[in-house]
Design a protein around this ligand. Sequence first.
Ligand code: HEM
Ligand SMILES: *[C@@H]1O[C@H](CO)[C@@H](O)[C@H](O)[C@H]1NC(C)=O
Length: 535
Amino acid sequence: MWLSILAISLLSILFVTSRILKFVTGLKKVAYLPGLRCPLGSMSFPGTMLPTNLLNPGFDWPWKWRNRIYPSYGSQTISVVPFLSGVPVVYTCSPDVAKQILSNQHGFWKDPEATAPLTMWGNNLLTANHDVHKRHRKVVGPAFNGSTYAFVAQEASRLYAEMMESEGWYKQQVVNLEPINGYLSKFALGVVSRCGYGLPFPWNTDNREGMSFDRALMIVSGGTILRLIAPRWAYKLPIKRLHEVDEAFKSLAKFMRAFVIDKKAELTSKESEGSSPKVDVFTRLVAASEAEGKNGLDDQELIGNVFTFLFAGHETTAHVLQACLALLALHPEEQGVCYHNIMQVLGDSRNPTLDDFDALEKVLFCFQEAARMFPGASVAERDTDDTVSLTLPAEDGGRTIVLQPGVRIVVDLVGIHYNPRVFPDPERFYPARWQGIRETELPSFGWGPRACIGRKFALVEAVSFLALFLRDWQVEPILKEREDKVQWRERILQATLVGLAFGVRDVPLRLRRRGTRLALPLIAQLNLVNRACRD
Ligand code: HEM
Ligand SMILES: *[C@@H]1O[C@H](CO)[C@@H](O)[C@H](O)[C@H]1NC(C)=O
């Protein structure tokens, strides 16, 4: 009896001491930066699974407390140090500090533990480090060029027309969408499938056999975390969701393997026939990789990149488009600005091409402003694998801090986007603030040697879609009884991790046709294309 009490007391003392040590070491690792102190790390597995509250900052604190935390510690760079579990984390909402982190490759890397959900299919551009990253970037980089973007504009127009026709909206004056999200996700997936991979992706995909590609993809994106944490034996239990996730992973894996093999075969046969090169990103990537010989990418890395483009390229763009239409619904005056811009550039029937991109700047500004307020990627993460020093900006005291290895660093893109020093009146939807800002400076796509490779792809896709959509439709929020727009905004425009990207949940929108013009020219073109395909 006494012995066990003694043993328990000793163990408790040991445990408490070890946690105190962990906490003290953590504080030292982050150079005693002020910030949140909590039981579970904000980036640790249990911490991110629990909701954000006073005891647990969790994953969502940068969004939920976006206007409060940094000012309350009087610094744009703060720390979150846990004492039970998780690594110490440094967060910054200072563009200056962010650029030091993102432009510097030495001492920073992406810890494979943090990128595990994205390496399940193979190492890839998004997850690779140091020299391996350079090898990926060298092969993947040139596959995104002007020809890609021209193709994106063309396919966005075609897909928009198919969407109008298949959904029957072009015959309607008013369309209620509760919510609009799925249509935009499908649209973004379609553009990536066609321009990224050269897949046909017809809008109507219902009549395909087995689990359809896009359905498998949706389930995988929502089920990746579950897949990572569920133990093998759990699949033997009668849990429907697990079996669905399992089936989706298997069919996607099968699809991607077959896809890589097909592309390689296609290339060899095309070369011998001497026909014109295909323009989709992936075909070019495989060609470039083959040309590199030993320095190219192996099959597993190719598959890893297929997967990453699908995710990085589809959910992010879709989420920003969803937020963009929601914000425009709240701001009819900005819709008016866009409409005027579109009519001046395209008139009432021409489809946008890459050449129209610069002229459609008012539309672009709306998308960029939506990406500021609801960034598809809300954080850019790094880990230190060496000691690194960061110089805080003058307004935060200007001192240089030294971080030790084993610190997670979060470039808090929500924090930067809502930092009033950078964007005055940050809660205001104000597209004109983007006037005169260069594309490479857009914070929502990151900075430096790892900045988003799909930036122009996403921008061209979004501008093409919005130009077509806003020319045909006015959008309005669907309000609940006795709800006003302010309440709608409060209810709907809340962001969190949706799938693997950051974004808003269901957005109920009403589309009202502008004038009585039907999208006939588009439909006519589409029919011609369809006929050409059939013949
Ligand atoms: C609105 C849409 C998008 C947003 C907000 C976005 C955001 C970002 C951000 C912030 C990064 C930098 C991450 C870091 O530094 O750790 C990034 C990287 C990346 N993005 Fe995007 N992205 C978008 C669209 C796309 C598209 C369409 C594609 C591909 C078709 C794509 C593919 C990638 C890849 C492969 C990387 C990794 C680059 C590297 O590490 O070298 N993204 N993206
Ligand atoms: C893009 O790259 C491909 C080769 O991968 C090349 O054939 C094409 O001409 C390039 N397009 C532009 C606009 O540079």
